[in-house]
Design a binder for this molecule. Structure first.
Ligand SMILES: [Fe+2]
Length: 281
């Protein structure tokens, strides 16, 4: 979008400011130009359509400022904002590879430094916690197991806290990276995760309360799945019967991602099957 808007640069009025702004950018790729032009067009259209006042605009800018202020390495308020506005879920669904497991939100608690553990590892914070066996397989859309597939999993404890939030448990519990077996299979022992509320002591929490919304999320496991020659998938697995399945604060629940634990030889088991679609890793 390199064409310049008509008239001298300083001749700016409500009728041409959108074009002027778009023409002022000289991005390095056609895609960046397209996205930026679209963003400016929709932002300006929003302000025009709703006759946004100076006071409302200042409030919105202040809200974003406070989102930045409360963010840290362990807390991403902008990610949370994207999640509660349903933008994360929308992108998950519209950018989904065909035939693959449905995606779901990454969420603000992903820690990329989870320990690489062998198949069969025990991720519990304490050996006294009621064990849950998670058994799964990563397949390709063609049907076969994906050799060399890897998983990255993180979940809350039964109390609804991630290990990184709970000083009472080791920081690297309840999360792992794991290389699947050559047939795409993996398993580990863990606990049933507990539901939790998204952090609501910041600006996003104010927004939820102002809208009469709940901050609760149904219990879930997070999975990031990768394999050479396949598109990676970020998704979540939910537990059947959770009271928050129908009111997830971040709109992450999909029917296909709900599982029902079964009992096998007195042991609680969850069986998972993921599908990756071919593509660039
Ligand atoms: Fe989560």
């Amino acid at each position: 979008m390199t064409a310049s808007a008509p008239g001298p640069a300083y001749d700016i009025h409500p009728g041409n400011v959108t074009e002027k702004v778009i023409a002022s950018f000289h991005m390095r790729s056609e895609r960046e130009s397209q996205l930026l032009a679209g963003l400016v067009t929709h932002l300006h259209a929003f302000a025009r359509e709703h006759h946004v006042t100076h006071e409302e605009w200042a409030k919105a800018v202040g809200f974003l400022f406070r989102c930045g202020e409360i963010s840290s390495e362990k807390r991403d308020e902008f990610m949370l904002l994207s999640d509660v506005l349903g933008l994360s879920s929308l992108v998950d669904m519209t950018d989904a590879p065909k035939g693959a497991t449905e995606g779901s939100v990454l969420g603000p608690f992903y820690a990329s430094d989870s320990p690489l553990l062998p198949i069969g590892a025990d991720l519990r914070a304490s050996p006294e916690d009621a064990p849950l066996l998670v058994r799964g397989v990563v397949r390709s859309t063609g049907g076969g197991g994906v050799p060399g597939a890897s998983i990255d999993m993180w979940q809350t404890n039964v109390n609804g806290l991630y290990a990184t939030q709970d000083d009472a448990v080791p920081d690297d519990a309840l999360r792992c990276k794991m290389h699947c077996a050559p047939d795409g299979s993996f398993h580990f022992t863990t606990v049933l995760p507990g539901p939790y509320m998204v952090p609501d002591d910041g600006p996003v929490g104010e927004l939820l309360r102002a809208g009469g919304r709940t901050a609760w999320r149904p219990a879930h496991f997070h999975f990031l799945l990768r394999a050479d020659g396949h598109r990676p998938i970020t998704t979540e697995i939910f537990i059947a019967g959770d009271p928050h399945l129908g009111s997830d604060a971040v709109f992450g629940v999909r029917k296909s991602l709900i599982v029902e634990p079964v009992t096998e030889d007195g042991q609680r088991v969850v069986e998972l099957a993921f599908t990756l679609a071919p593509g660039d890793a």
